[in-house]
Design a protein around this ligand. Structure first.
Ligand code: NAD
Length: 262
């Protein structure tokens, strides 16, 4: 039985992780941390099933009282920056879905995890379809001279562009995509530029997490699109990551490193 603590347990993703854990025979929710819904049973909050796991505010207290093997962090970047040293201090295996960290911060976390010999998965997108989208985009980038990304998320999403968009671009740049040039009459109308690739972030109610990678070539357009229609789409990847950091504790960036795509 793998003992799991969910950090951000009252959030949209945290509650989804709690529901997913209830369905797995070999995983057990033992701890729940959040700054909201403190004092409530995490199981009742997520799915009206009492689990006897009360949401607490102080992360160190939760870790000390419940002795989890793995923490799943789905909070916000500023919270994760404070939580990460505590995870390391308590020698936790980590599954981190929180986005909004810079590449430098992720590299520093990699360094720390490897120095301490811990297990850690950081994945900006746990949906297997989204990971395949990134993989296909990387292949297509070898054959098309130009590409732009449009990503669509719900209104509450704090960071833009999405971690998935940034990671898609990082992957494609390895294959040598060339940047596009044009003059903007309205500032920002051509989107943001990251590593030479234009990225456009749409934030509207109704969306969950969606992305189009649009390649332009001579007389042709290739669009690779992925839609997460519900947050349950992330759960098979999260569950896979929890098992992997326990069975093979090392640093993994992106679900693709677990799926064997790199
Ligand atoms: P949310 O706002 O619904 O939930 C975040 C939760 O974290 C809230 O309940 C909040 O109270 C809690 N929190 C904030 N600071 C905290 C702290 N210091 N300690 C403990 N809890 C704290 O957001 P969400 O939609 O659930 O998304 C959470 C994160 O997951 C975001 O960064 C989002 O971009 C990311 N996300 C990742 C994936 C993926 O596949 N990797 C998918 C969806 C969302």
């Amino acid at each position: 039985m793998i003992r799991v603590c969910v950090v951000g347990a009252a959030g949209k993703m945290g509650q989804e992780v709690v529901r997913a854990l209830i369905r797995e025979q070999d995983l057990k929710l033992v701890g729940a941390c959040d700054i909201q819904e403190v004092g409530k049973d995490a199981g009742v909050l997520a799915s009206a099933v009492p689990l006897g796991v009360v949401i607490k505010k102080e992360l160190e207290e939760v870790l000390e009282e419940t002795s989890p093997q793995v923490v799943c962090d789905f909070t916000h970047a500023e919270a994760l920056r404070k939580n990460f040293p505590i995870f390391v201090k308590h020698r936790m295996a980590m599954v981190i879905g929180t986005t909004g960290l810079t590449r430098d911060e992720i590299e520093r976390m990699r360094h720390e995890v490897e120095k301490e010999g811990l297990g850690c998965v950081i994945a900006p997108n746990f949906a297997i379809g989204a990971v395949l989208m990134m993989h296909f985009a990387r292949i297509a980038a070898r054959f098309f001279p130009a590409v732009e990304i449009i990503e669509y998320h719900h209104l509450q999403k704090k960071d833009a562009p999405s971690g998935t968009a940034l990671k898609t671009i990082e992957g494609m740049c390895l294959e040598g995509v060339s940047p596009s040039q044009s003059q903007e009459l309205v500032p920002g109308s051509r989107g943001g530029l990251y590593q030479g690739v234009r990225v456009h972030s749409v934030r509207l109610p109704g969306f969950v997490a969606h992305q189009e990678v649009i390649f332009g070539g001579e007389g042709q357009i290739l669009t690779i699109r992925h839609d997460s229609l519900s947050r349950s789409s992330f759960m098979p990847g999260v569950i896979m990551a929890i098992r992997k950091v326990c069975s093979e504790p090392k640093f993994y960036y992106g679900l693709e490193s677990i799926l064997g795509l790199v």
